[in-house]
Design a protein around this ligand. Structure first.
Ligand SMILES: [Zn+2]
Length: 263
């Protein structure tokens, strides 16, 4: 199984790291794209990748962190990619849900990163909340990596799947969509081209609903975390949704992942 999007380096998972990694080995997780979200956490992503062969390091500046960027953030991103030849780009994106968002700064930072991904033909992982129109404008007109890009935990409308696909999009399914209130979003995944499906946890965020959560986990303050081993139930749920066996879905996702992220 492959987790196309998570944050295994997150400080909230550090106290649980030994148990979490043991669980992933037992599950047979062969690859995980571990996404940095700001200059500060890129070294932790690189360190994790050095220690664990299944970790694919990914560096990006997330829209939530654009305000805190340094003046030379883009040069530092290039340096991190140069120093880690296996690395890919993400998490990047647009977000009009987060309080106090700055659409101009987000657009500038996103555009620079997607252009860098296109220049190096590296897969890019994109976060989008309440900004599907603005994102589409940039994807439609701007450069995108020839090998494609990932719309992680795709929460956009079904009507946009075809257009995004034509520009090279892949779409990852997250168990967060198993919540009853997310039934409409879950249904969108019935219509995504089979060759463009991936599976993710976004751990330690976006956990499945409590009655489906197979691995309850909490931070030091008692706040709930998403255990990355919830990947197994995410595969099972998407397989059921698509009328496939877990084995069939696992094989298809491995093929899709290799096409997008394989080097
Ligand atoms: Zn994420």
């Amino acid at each position: 199984m492959i987790d196309a999007h998570n944050h295994l380096h997150d400080t909230r998972l550090v106290p649980h790291r030994a148990a979490v990694f043991a669980a992933l080995v037992q599950l047979g997780v062969t690859r995980a794209v571990v996404n940095g979200t700001r200059e500060d956490d890129w070294p932790a992503v690189a360190a994790l990748a050095r220690g664990h062969a299944f970790v694919l390091p990914s560096f990006g500046l997330h829209p939530w962190h654009v305000a805190a960027r340094s003046s030379d953030w883009l040069a530092r991103l290039r340096e991190n990619l140069d120093a880690n030849p296996a690395a890919v780009i993400g998490e990047i994106g647009l977000d009009r849900w987060i309080a106090g968002y700055d659409p101009d700064a987000q657009r500038e930072v996103f555009t620079a990163q997607i252009a860098l991904a296109a220049e190096r033909n590296l897969p890019a992982t994109i976060h989008c909340l309440r900004a599907w129109g603005p994102l589409w404008d940039l994807i439609r007109t701007g450069p995108v990596p020839a090998r494609g890009f990932l719309l992680h935990a795709y929460g956009g409308p079904a009507e946009m799947v075809r257009a995004f696909s034509a520009r090279g999009a892949y779409f990852s399914f997250n168990a967060y969509f198993l919540d009853d209130r997310k039934a409409a979003q879950r249904a969108v995944f019935e219509h995504i081209p089979i060759a463009r499906l991936l599976v993710e946890t976004d751990a330690p965020d976006m956990r499945p609903p409590d009655d489906r959560n197979a691995h309850p986990l909490h931070d030091a303050g008692g706040g709930p975390l998403n255990h990355p081993a919830n990947l197994a139930l995410t595969y099972a749920a998407l397989a059921e949704l698509r009328g496939l066996s877990v084995e069939q879905l696992t094989a298809q996702v491995a093929e899709n992942f290799a096409r997008l992220f394989g080097k």
